[in-house]
Ligand binder design. Structure first.
Ligand code: HEC
Length: 305
């Protein structure tokens, strides 16, 4: 009934309206209808593929709303998007509904998948934030993914840590994160109050080709300092240069103003993440560069507050 009405309206108005209907797993994603193509791609590769493979599709393609598994990708995207608050993906029903036994299929009772879904939603949220939506047009192929929106500053931040290798095995999104640590006496140029301090990032693998980097901390400052503008770079250990920053989000931490308190540096440093105050909880989504990557942190400014 509804579609008949819409068709009738189109016939009367006579406008040329482009309808974007993409077959599942097709490669051609148009930018019409105000949907950000990077966001649609992130949805398709993440939550959509997940819902297709996990059995949600039996109900949520055409039987039960929300129809986030619809064979019409843009309809599925719109249905799923209405259930996500991108400012706070962690509280989404798309996460709680993988484990709340809301249907009798095993698909609805696997709380262990909540972390996986959260990772998909974070990638998707990052993509939503990547580029202006709206404006229609721009149909075409979103291409090979990686590199979307990566911003590398012409002038690197003033202070750079030494590059630190990522561990050979990085836990996936539904496993506990691994700490990656930067000794700040090796920062160039050093900052005296941070000479005994250690900075930490918690890292997980977010699907193929991406790292999730979050929960930035500093322990061991000898006096309070204020840090303005944080950048994290990834590059292959064998490569030269500083590397690239987070995908999609345009360097999410660059506007940070962090007040680093005097916190004792755990001794010895634990194998798991340090249990100290977290300075930044937003997650960067970093594009993997090789099978042996290194991270570098840059600070635009460090000062005595
Ligand atoms: C056998 C059918 C069935 C399957 C399979 C199924 N669901 Fe559902 N789903 C429902 C029904 C019925 C509702 C509406 C009732 C409710 O909200 O509990 C629903 C509602 C939902 C909602 C809506 C919440 C809201 O606030 O509107 C989400 C999200 C959801 N399901 C996710 C999933 C996911 C993810 C899967 C696969 C892992 C899945 N469902 C598999 C039947 C199913």
């Amino acid at each position: 009934m509804r579609s008949l009405l819409i068709l009738g309206f189109l016939a009367v108005s006579g406008c040329a309206v482009e309808t974007v209907t993409t077959a599942p797993f097709g490669d051609n994603i148009g930018g019409g209808g105000g949907i950000n193509p990077a966001a649609l791609q992130a949805f398709k590769n993440g939550y959509y593929a997940f819902s297709q493979s996990q059995g949600c599709v039996t109900c949520h393609a055409s039987v039960v709303s929300p129809m986030f598994s619809s064979s019409n990708l843009t309809a599925a995207y719109t249905a799923a998007k209405s259930k996500v608050d991108f400012a706070s993906v962690g509280s989404s029903v798309l996460i709680s509904y993988v484990g709340n036994a809301h249907c009798s299929d095993s698909a609805c009772s696997n709380p262990a998948l909540a972390g996986t879904v959260q990772g998909y939603l974070e990638s998707w949220a990052a993509a939503e934030a990547s580029a202006p939506s709206g404006g229609g047009g721009g149909g075409g192929d979103t291409g090979g993914g990686g590199g979307v929106g990566v911003v590398t500053p012409a002038v690197p931040p003033k202070h750079l840590t030494a590059a630190v290798a990522l561990p050979a095995t990085i836990p996936s999104i539904n496993q506990a994160a691994v700490p990656v640590r930067f000794l700040l006496n090796a920062m160039a140029p050093a900052f005296p109050a941070l000479n005994n301090a250690v900075a930490e990032l918690e890292v997980q693998r977010l699907g193929p080709g991406q790292y999730r980097v979050t929960r930035f901390k500093i322990a061991g400052a000898s006096a309070p300092v204020r840090i303005t503008g944080v950048h994290v770079y990834v590059r292959a250990a064998a490569a030269t240069g500083i590397g690239v920053e987070d995908v999609y989000q345009g360097n999410l931490w660059k506007n940070d103003v962090l007040n680093v308190a005097v916190i004792a540096r755990p001794n010895p440093l634990p194998a798991t993440p340090m249990n100290v105050a977290v300075l930044e909880t937003l997650a960067l989504i970093m594009p993997a560069q090789s099978s042996a990557d290194v991270l570098t942190i840059g600070f635009e400014n460090i000062e005595n507050p």
